[in-house]
Design a protein around this ligand. Structure first.
Ligand code: AG3
Length: 293
């Protein structure tokens, strides 16, 4: 039998490949091409439209960092909104926080939820059954546009800004999402590889700067998101949140401890230190209508 390989097509002239041991699911959903396969290095792998979304081996890094950094920096998050996140990894981590009373999750593609439950059960690990969850299959943009509720933390776990995820990187989305945020709330979202997709964090910084007093980024190194550190976007009107001393974060974490594989309070605090090439780009961005002014 000949070997089969999965080639990621995120970048035109460079990419990673995975040996496919066994295809568990492959189909064109109503929104995108979805494949889940087995690979002996990374376990089970899910890709959407040619881009690796998660693997059972390294998913913990991204999911822990996307959740525990904003939730513990906030300190009293009761209501959390997840946009995207159909595999349930973000949800699983959010629900580890006892302070969280309610989670609304808006996923556009029911097939991602269903196939993840079936073929990647360790990622949601029962989270979809939690009574605190309100799962809605809908377009995240429509939801934030019409939303009458408010949340303390909003996490956007999207694909890259191509296809269904594109709208989640626009001014319209960010400003509509801000209307759904309680005072003192925090938004976090994935923003591409800091080294290879600089235009992504540049655009996001420009947009968030016109809405929030304290837009920033923090980093996580995820092996299967190629190209070095991932930039995770951060925005809030409370500048102090990202400068909290490690002792504060440690006290909050220890008040309600749970197991992590990557996150710890020291990583939390240091993740906000950005490489010089990122700082230089951010410094050159002209913020036109700044909330800081
Ligand atoms: N969503 C973010 C995938 C980002 C991939 N992009 C990249 N490597 N530039 C992941 C979904 C996990 N719940």
């Amino acid at each position: 039998m000949s070997e089969k390989w999965y080639n990621e097509t995120l970048f035109e002239n460079y990419g990673q490949r995975f040996k496919i041991d066994n295809v568990l699911f492959e189909n064109q959903t109503t929104h995108q091409h979805l494949v889940i396969f087995e690979n002996s290095q990374f376990g089970r792998v899910m890709a959407l439209d040619g881009v690796i979304q998660t693997t059972t081996r390294d998913e913990c890094i991204y999911h822990e960092m996307m959740v525990h950094v904003p939730v513990l920096a906030h300190g009293k998050a009761k209501r959390v909104l997840i946009i995207g996140g159909g595999d349930g990894g973000i949800l699983r981590e959010v629900l580890k926080h006892k302070s969280v009373e309610h989670v609304t999750m808006i996923e556009i593609d029911a097939a991602v939820v269903e196939m993840s439950k079936q073929f990647l059960p360790s990622i949601s690990n029962g989270a979809f059954e939690d009574p605190r969850l309100n799962l809605v299959i809908a377009d995240g943009m429509d939801f934030v546009r019409d939303c009458k509720e408010k949340f303390d933390v909003i996490i956007t776990d999207s694909t890259d800004p191509i296809g269904p995820g594109e709208i989640l990187f626009t001014d319209d989305f960010y400003s509509a999402a801000k209307r759904c945020l309680n005072e003192g709330g925090i938004v976090a979202s994935q923003n591409g590889a800091s080294f290879l997709q600089e235009w992504e964090f540049e655009g996001t910084y420009r947009r968030l700067s016109s809405l929030y007093k304290s837009p920033w980024f923090y980093l996580a190194g995820v092996p299967t998101y190629v190209g070095g550190f991932m930039t995770l976007a951060w925005a809030t009107d409370n500048e102090a949140y990202r400068k909290l001393p490690v002792e504060t974060i440690r006290a909050r974490f220890n008040a309600n401890p749970f197991q992590t594989k990557y996150y710890n309070p020291e990583i939390h605090v240091s993740a906000f230190n950005l490489p010089q090439h990122v700082l230089d780009k951010l410094a050159n961005i002209n913020v036109t209508t700044s909330a800081v002014a």
